[in-house]
Design a protein. Structure first.
Length: 467
């Protein structure tokens, strides 16, 4: 038993020593990783994540007469899957027809009621006018009798003859008044029939319009393409159960996949670096072996709030140069926007840069903490404006016993010259912004602004050479 205990203790000691040796050696090796500054063109990028969209697309509309039939919202009852390839005239979606079907039933009942009213009015009018015509005929017979009676009374006393004359005149007056009333009643009957007829025709047109709109509740493709669901204001896809508005009756879209763009967002820190026309390297997460190129075609002037965040972002649209049949809307892209390329500079990895209060420095292999002045940077590296040579070997990570490294600062004249250059660049940038504001106030196109800026730059350079 005692022998086993000794063996176990011995194994533990061996393991601890081995671990200490190998781990300590690994740490030592890590601490001694060194690199040399690189020289050449330095590329400054802004990397963003975007989403593919078609540059242009045709909208698939639902019923066009919803407002005319006083239906303001319709739900999507059924729709083909997102990304389905369809031919022209092929089925796309079915909208809920419950409301319009109920409306049609109500209008059909109203039409039947008006048709019955039309027939009743027509019969009533016909009977009234027939009675009026019979009355005229009777009055004419009565007048004829009075005329005969007057002719036969020539041997009667004058008073009797006068009485017959008065009866005849009264009969003629009654007949004239009856004829006039008949004409008025005929016009009145025509107006009543016209009113009933117009109401009936209007309701029939309303019924025909509703039936025509209902037929459009079966949505079909206007042309061949790939069906892509429309997105609502909150970014959600408009599928089954979504509502189509009478003011925006788009059910889905048919994108033109021959021209694709990547919609992305840039934070407000980097937006000042982004300009239209800048080249972009594009990768697609679904196909990491593929790469594409493009350019920035649109930069939003106004920022927007990100969801669940206080950060402000600006929308950027990037056009993709190449056509590839594997590219589909909504694919995630990685966009590397090349904001600047600086020629012939010295640059180092960001990991090699150290800071101590106001001093920025690197550890060199010659046991120095060398002060450096930094310039612009990208996501991995930074330009060294002063303090390093290409043959200076520097530590990528902080070495063992960093206090043994001597601090070496730069000459104040070098720092002063660099600060002077920064001030001149700041003035130039301010001047450019003022020029841009003047150009924008004049409502010039981007091409005109670029041309005027080049002309100003050329004249300024000529004056400098003259002096």
């Amino acid at each position: 038993m005692r022998k086993k205990i000794y063996i176990g203790l011995g194994l533990m000691v061996v393991i601890i020593i081995s671990l200490w040796y190998f781990l300590g050696q690994e740490d030592s090796e890590i601490q001694k990783v060194t690199v040399y500054p690189k020289e050449g063109n330095f590329q400054i990028n802004v990397v963003t994540t975007g989403e593919l969209e078609a540059k242009s697309s045709e909208k698939i509309f639902g019923p066009s007469g919803l407002r005319s039939v006083r239906i303001w919202n319709v739900k999507i009852e059924d729709i083909v899957s997102d990304g389905t390839v369809v031919d022209s005239g092929q089925y796309i979606a079915t909208l809920d027809r419950t409301e319009i079907s109920n409306r049609i039933k109500d209008v059909e009942s109203e039409v039947e009621k008006l048709e019955s009213q039309y027939v009743k009015t027509k019969l009533d009018t016909a009977m009234d006018m027939r009675n009026a015509r019979n009355q005229l005929i009777n009055l004419e017979y009565n007048l004829e009798e009075k005329r005969i009676r007057l002719e036969q009374s020539k041997y009667e006393p004058p008073a009797t003859i006068r009485q017959y004359q008065i009866d005849l005149e009264k009969g003629e007056r009654d007949l004239a008044e009856a004829i006039n009333n008949y004409d008025l009643n005929l016009e009145k009957a025509a107006v009543i029939m016209q009113e009933v007829s117009v109401t009936l025709k209007q309701e029939k047109r309303n019924l025909d319009q509703m039936i025509s709109v209902r037929d459009q509740f079966i949505v079909k493709a206007p042309k061949a393409g790939m069906v892509i669901y429309k997105r609502n204001w909150d970014g959600a896809k408009q599928g089954v159960g979504s509502t189509v508005s009478a003011w925006d009756n788009v059910v889905a879209t048919l994108p033109d996949l021959s021209k694709m763009i990547s919609k992305t967002y840039v934070n407000e820190i980097d937006i000042s670096k982004i300009k239209t026309g800048q080249e972009v390297e594009i990768g697609v997460d679904a196909f990491p072996e593929k790469s594409y190129t493009g350019k920035v075609i649109e930069v939003a002037n106004i920022g927007e709030q990100m969801k669940n965040s206080n950060a402000k972002v600006f929308e950027i649209l990037i056009e993709i140069y190449e056509f590839d049949s594997i590219l589909r809307p909504s694919m995630t892209t990685k966009n590397t926007i090349i904001t600047a390329i600086i020629d012939s500079v010295c640059y180092i990895p960001l990991e090699a840069v150290n800071n101590n209060d106001s001093l920025t420095f690197v550890y060199t292999n010659s046991k120095r903490r060398q002060q450096i002045i930094l310039g612009q940077s990208n996501e991995n590296e930074v330009i060294v404006r002063a303090g390093l040579n290409p043959d200076d070997e520097i530590y990528l990570l902080q070495p063992v016993n960093p206090d043994n490294f001597k601090i070496v600062t730069l000459d104040t004249a070098i720092i002063h010259n660099l600060e002077k250059e920064d001030q001149q660049k700041k003035k130039q940038n301010t001047k450019l912004k003022e020029d841009d504001k003047q150009f924008q106030d004049k409502k010039l196109t981007p091409e005109q602004i670029k041309k005027l800026r080049e002309q100003k730059g050329g004249s300024r350079k000529g004056k400098k050479n003259k002096h």
